[in-house]
Design a protein around this ligand. Structure first.
Ligand code: PHE
Length: 481
């Protein structure tokens, strides 16, 4: 079946989500992950707290959400891997109407004239290429961090955190990242599990998982949120997160916050495009994406609300903990509460699940491309891309120990990958998707696919055409000067 792919077939060859709710779960599964719980608090700490959070929220609303709608639109309309979908849409929009007078019948007829085939090469497919590459690059370090999470499930379960203090907690973390073989073990295990689920097909593998995991994660986070209100550092934590210190806003903070919004919502690299390809034509794109964006932002903010009270209760410096922040702080809180052993095990387990549902979406664009383009089986495609990603992950592993001092532009391998993907590739991908949808695709096609009330459509279309691209460009220019 997978061999005969017609660009204009109106269903993805990989099937369709069973329902709108499943798409919401799957897209939330993609969006909610280590980005919200591990990266957002770390970035907030590194970039001065409230100012970063404020810019993050503004970026989500004005830049990321409008682009997210465009990305899902491209996917659902194209119904193929990101490269082919972009190509299809671009060719479709370059056909034009011919109006002629039919003399015999004496009436005016209009017919579509295509001067290109739907699978002719167009440069827009490079956006899809960049996205697939970004997905693989991100996954290569994402998997290493997910590996930390897995090792923390075991630690939590065996009571390592009971009554732990700050020094020991730091020690536990440092011991883990200092051991490349241990990291390699967890990274390999995580990649194996991700590849296993992906090889089962997105629907079969993923649908079942997200239905339980996403609600579970929400519940436990809310529980933790209630717990931290009892900590002495609660007010300081909230103050740090929600009272912006305007002096802290620099071009780099703005670029980081915008990059964080792209990363956290999984946009700019084709994940949501391929998930959109599996979305039924009956569902409203705007409705589902808005729900996902809000759920994702809620989780990120909640994670901050949980972490910073702990940080201030134990007099940690939020700006210097780096990527180890949650791994050093959360165990102390869990260790101090009754039932903490069970709760912490559950927490890291859910975090691991949140990570794997994101990991799947990071690799799926490349997999779907291999299947559709080279007629490879899903398993074969998964093995090839998976092995490559796994290998690249070794660079990240070493950047926490033996290779920590190997730097380029003052960044180690992990920082380099993270910076390059979040601050450049994702925003650039998003910018191009905005321009593509806003200026290249015929407006009638967009309107027909989104089926929005006129005033909502024109509001979104303005954000997409003017606000988002200009903002991303300005932030880029300022951030890099
Ligand atoms: N959004 C995911 C997270 O927050 C990471 C991700 C980025 C997933 C880009 C897919 C695409 O963990």
């Amino acid at each position: 079946m997978e061999k005969n792919i017609k660009a204009n077939m109106r269903k993805s060859i990989h099937g369709e989500w069973s329902s709108k709710l499943i798409f919401i779960f799957a897209a939330t599964g993609s969006a909610v992950g280590l980005g919200n719980i591990w990266k957002f608090p770390w970035m907030t700490g590194e970039n001065g707290g409230g100012a970063f959070v404020l810019i993050y929220i503004v970026s989500v609303l004005l830049i990321a959400l409008p682009i997210m709608i465009a990305e899902v639109f491209i996917g659902r309309h194209g119904k193929q891997n990101p490269v082919a979908s972009l190509n299809y849409l671009s060719n479709e929009s370059s056909s034009f109407d011919i109006t002629e007078i039919d003399n015999r019948l004496n009436r005016v007829t209009t017919r579509k004239q295509k001067y290109s085939n739907s699978d002719d090469y167009t440069n827009w497919q490079l956006v899809g290429w960049m996205g697939m590459l970004a997905g693989v690059l991100i996954l290569s370090f994402y998997s290493v961090i997910a590996g930390w999470t897995m090792s923390y499930i075991i630690k939590a379960g065996s009571g390592v955190f009971t009554g732990i203090d700050l020094e020991s907690s730091k020690q536990v973390f440092n011991n883990l990242v200092a051991d490349p073989y241990l990291l390699l073990f967890w990274h390999s295990l995580f990649m194996l599990l991700t590849c296993y689920i992906v090889s089962m097909g997105v629907k079969g593998g993923l649908e079942k998982a997200v239905k339980i995991l996403i609600p579970g994660l929400f519940l436990i986070l809310i529980g933790l949120g209630i717990y931290v209100t009892t900590l002495p550092g609660f007010v300081d934590g909230l103050h740090y997160m929600f009272v912006p210190d305007m002096d802290k806003i620099t071009p780099d903070v703005i670029l980081s916050a915008m990059g964080m919004a792209f990363f956290s919502l999984s946009i700019g690299m084709g994940s949501l495009m391929i998930y959109g390809a599996y979305l039924s034509d009956k569902s409203s794109i705007t409705e589902v994406t808005t729900i996902v964006a809000f759920a994702d932002t809620f989780v990120a903010i909640l994670a901050g609300v949980i972490i910073f009270p702990i940080v201030f209760t134990y007099n940690l410096d939020p700006s210097s903990a780096g990527p180890g922040l949650i791994f050093q702080t959360l165990p102390i809180a869990f260790g101090a509460m009754t039932g903490g052993q069970l709760l912490s095990t559950l927490f890291f387990l859910l975090l691991f699940f949140a990570a794997i549902t994101s990991a799947i979406s990071l690799i799926e664009p490349a997999i779907s491309y291999m299947i559709e383009k080279y007629s490879k089986s899903r398993l074969e495609s998964t093995v090839i891309i998976g092995l490559f990603t796994w290998f690249l992950g070794i660079g990240t592993i070493l950047s926490f120990n033996y290779g920590a001092d190997i730097k380029f532009l003052n960044l180690n391998f992990f920082d380099l990958l993270d910076t390059f993907t979040s601050k450049i590739m994702l925003p650039l991908g998003g910018l191009l998707m905005a321009i593509f949808t806003g200026y290249i695709v015929k407006v009638a096609i967009v309107k027909n696919e989104l089926k929005l009330k006129d005033f909502i459509f024109s509001f979104w279309y303005k954000l997409l055409r003017y606000i988002a691209p200009v903002a991303v460009t300005l932030i880029f220019i300022n951030g890099f000067i």
